[in-house]
Ligand binder design. Structure first.
Ligand code: CTP
Length: 404
């Protein structure tokens, strides 16, 4: 889910401040290099006590900036050069101290001096002790900096280095990336006043307490839709079936198992949404009478009776209010575009995303997809193999371009 072309050749400045979570910045830099970003790392002297600049230099493939006045180097406009160079910036981990300095306008070392001059989107990922996190001074600083446009990627609750639990752990890598993806987004506010509802993954229909009827959907395409809507500034609600992928941050998430459970949650949340992206692979049938005891093996054949489930998307299409937009998905092995056009019409959708899992680079549980986008106004766009996140980018662009 994490690969994307969005970071390719982008200039990303990574600031690291002093804190035990500093070692986690290594994974972030590694990810960005894998996505072919240009990365420069700036570390405070306290950060250097937790992780070696050599580690970051090796991973970022460039010298690490640590001193405002480095010996044996021209340093005149060092800080301005890096600030001007960056397309997006992140401080991870960001200490109590650095957040206070950013709020107060203090620039007394290389990192804070660079950030005083920075004019690109910036993500701040705090990490500290729970009592420092709860300090109203820090919370005020975060509130004020947020108003100025800084993107705060919230810390997690969990086991702290101090030996007890609380909020303050640096956000996991995928949350940092979700926020950085937003920071490099070319249309960061294209859905800023929109409410987007996304369904993702598979459903599981119980046969008995140990067996289910399900499908091979991993939820990657649906999660990509949720990330993309978040990056465009939408308020996002995500309903998903069983999946192993990590949860996104800063969106309402409802976990369900069966098609009926998904239907009940969609029915509740759908009336309030502006855009509904139905990416989930919903079971079309469910066992007519799931039994409460495990079915035992017998010599004779076993026949399962199945009943149809509600077509959730069709129901939404029939009950749409003006202004609501519906995106359907269809996995088709035979005449994909013809069947896609039929579903677009029958389910009363604005657009449908059709793919054929038989094509190499499309389908379930892989990071890429190959799709055809079809709009009710007749517009069509074929998209050759791309990471699912970039496919999601194209889907929202297509929807927004074709809306009347
Ligand atoms: N869908 C739904 N509820 C269902 C089945 C499907 O909301 N019970 C939605 C899917 O989320 C998807 C779209 O309908 O956006 C198309 O799903 P798909 O399984 O391709 O089509 P079906 O209408 O179920 O037809 P078939 O399985 O016969 O191709």
């Amino acid at each position: 889910m994490f690969p994307t072309e969005r970071f390719r050749n982008k200039h990303i400045l990574v600031g690291i401040t002093g804190g035990i979570a500093a070692y986690k910045a290594a994974e972030l830099v590694r990810y960005l290099i894998q996505q072919e970003a240009e990365v420069r790392v700036v570390m405070t002297s306290a950060a250097g006590k937790f992780i070696s600049p050599l580690t970051m230099e090796t991973l970022s493939q460039h010298a690490v900036a640590t001193d405002l006045f480095p010996e044996n180097a021209f340093s005149g406009t060092h800080h301005i050069n890096l600030a001007d160079w960056a397309d997006a910036a992140i401080i991870a981990p960001a200490s109590y101290d650095v957040i206070g300095k950013l709020y107060s306008g203090i620039a007394d070392d290389l990192l804070t001096t660079i950030w005083a001059a920075i004019h690109c989107p910036t993500v701040i990922a705090p990490a500290m002790n729970v009592n420092m996190w709860n300090n109203p001074i820090l919370q005020r600083n975060i509130d004020e900096l947020s108003k100025l446009g800084y993107l705060f990627c919230p810390p997690e609750e969990g086991f702290l280095a101090e030996g007890y639990s609380g909020k303050g752990r640096l956000a996991p890598l995928e949350h940092l990336i979700q926020y950085l993806y937003r920071a490099v987004h070319p249309a960061p506010s294209s859905l800023s006043i929109k409410k987007v509802l996304v369904t993702a993954g598979k459903t599981e229909e119980p046969i008995d307490p140990v067996r289910v009827i399900s499908n091979r959907s991993s939820g990657k395409m649906g999660l990509a839709m949720a990330w993309e809507a978040f990056a465009r500034g939408a308020s996002v609600k995500l309903i998903h079936g069983p999946m192993v992928l990590p949860h996104p941050v800063d969106m309402e998430i409802v976990e369900i198992a069966t098609a009926e459970e998904m239907y009940q949650v969609v029915k509740k949340l759908y009336p309030e949404c502006d855009i509904f992206a139905s990416s989930a692979a919903v079971a079309d049938y469910t066992p007519a009478g799931p039994v409460s005891r495990k079915i035992k093996k017998k010599e004779a054949d076993l026949t399962l009776e199945l009943s149809p489930t509600v077509d959730i998307l069709k129901d939404c299409g029939e009950n749409r209010t003006s202004g609501q937009q519906l995106i359907g998905f269809a996995v088709e092995t035979d005449s994909p575009e013809e069947t896609g056009a039929q579903k677009l019409n029958e389910k009363n959708l604005d657009m449908i995303v059709v793919n054929n899992p038989r094509e190499k680079g499309a389908g379930f549980d892989i990071d890429t997809n190959i799709v055809t986008l079809m709009h009710r106004n007749g517009a069509r766009e074929k998209i050759s193999v791309l990471p699912k996140l970039d496919v999601a980018f194209r889907i929202f662009d297509f929807l927004l371009k074709n809306q009347s």
